[in-house]
Design a protein around this ligand. Structure first.
Ligand code: C5P
Length: 234
């Protein structure tokens, strides 16, 4: 799969989401979009079907984490929704990741790309040590989780663009890096701390960039999306 820009549809209703997507009606390229917990819990699986029917590729960002059997069954349901990418927490262990892959695989052998979350970017070294009793350096933990995900057969990880190069070194060039924390050089960072431009993310080797507010809050979202694609995909 080639490089692509994924727009984070961080809206809380069907109406807002579809009104936003209507602004792309004249675009030649239908954006790949991410549906997260907020929209999915507000609207349920019907919003996934509706956006899919409009011709968008979908990354369903629900970050599953439970016992292997439960995750396997939940993944089978998500696979039936015909999404293109979905994810889970690597912290659920290799057994959980393997069960997830099994659940996600359709009778014809195809399946959505399965991506792992390593340590959330909201987790600091201090919180990891004190709350999770994990005492190794955070970057080592992230790489270890990525390696576990690769060993389990997953397609890639969600990580910072700044970590994408190291993930490829550790897990192979074909192991996908899906990277949020992207901002235009002349844009606002908002609450993201370590940010990169789409062009820089491309240089470092991100496979997919996930972009929310720089596109969703732009005066002309379609133009902002086009700019992202030009910088990142070329
Ligand atoms: O608006 P912004 O571009 O910051 O949105 C980034 C998207 O990526 C949001 O949906 C956010 O939840 C998600 N994300 C992130 N950092 C992570 C994982 C996911 O920003 N580590």
């Amino acid at each position: 799969m080639g490089k692509d820009v994924i727009i984070a549809l961080d809206f809380d209703s069907r109406e807002k989401t579809l009104a936003f997507l209507d602004r792309f009606a004249d675009e030649e390229r239908k954006p790949f979009v991410k549906i997260g917990m907020e929209l999915y819990y507000a609207e349920g699986p019907s919003i996934v079907r509706e956006i899919k029917a409009r011709g968008h590729k979908i990354f369903l960002d629900l970050k599953l984490h439970d016992i292997p059997n439960t995750v396997k069954k939940a993944m089978a349901v998500l696979s039936g929704l015909d999404v293109d990418m979905t994810n889970l927490h690597a912290a659920g262990t290799k057994a959980m990741m393997e069960a997830a892959l099994e659940g996600l695989t359709r009778p014809d052998g195809t399946r959505p790309l399965l991506i792992a979350v390593t340590q959330l970017t909201s987790t600091s070294q201090e919180r990891m040590e004190q709350d999770l009793l994990i005492e190794k350096p955070l970057d080592q933990v992230v790489m270890h989780y990525a390696k576990c995900a690769a060993d389990a057969g997953l397609a890639g990880v969600v990580c910072s663009p700044l970590e994408a190069g190291k993930v490829h070194e550790t897990c192979g060039a074909g192991f996908l890096t899906v990277t949020p924390g992207v901002r235009f050089a002349d844009g606002e960072a908002g609450d993201q701390v370590r940010v990169t431009t789409p062009a820089r993310a491309k240089e470092i080797g991100s496979d997919y960039i996930v972009v929310g507010r720089p596109i969703t809050q732009a005066e002309d979202p379609a133009a902002a999306y086009r700019r992202c694609v030009e910088e990142f995909v070329g």
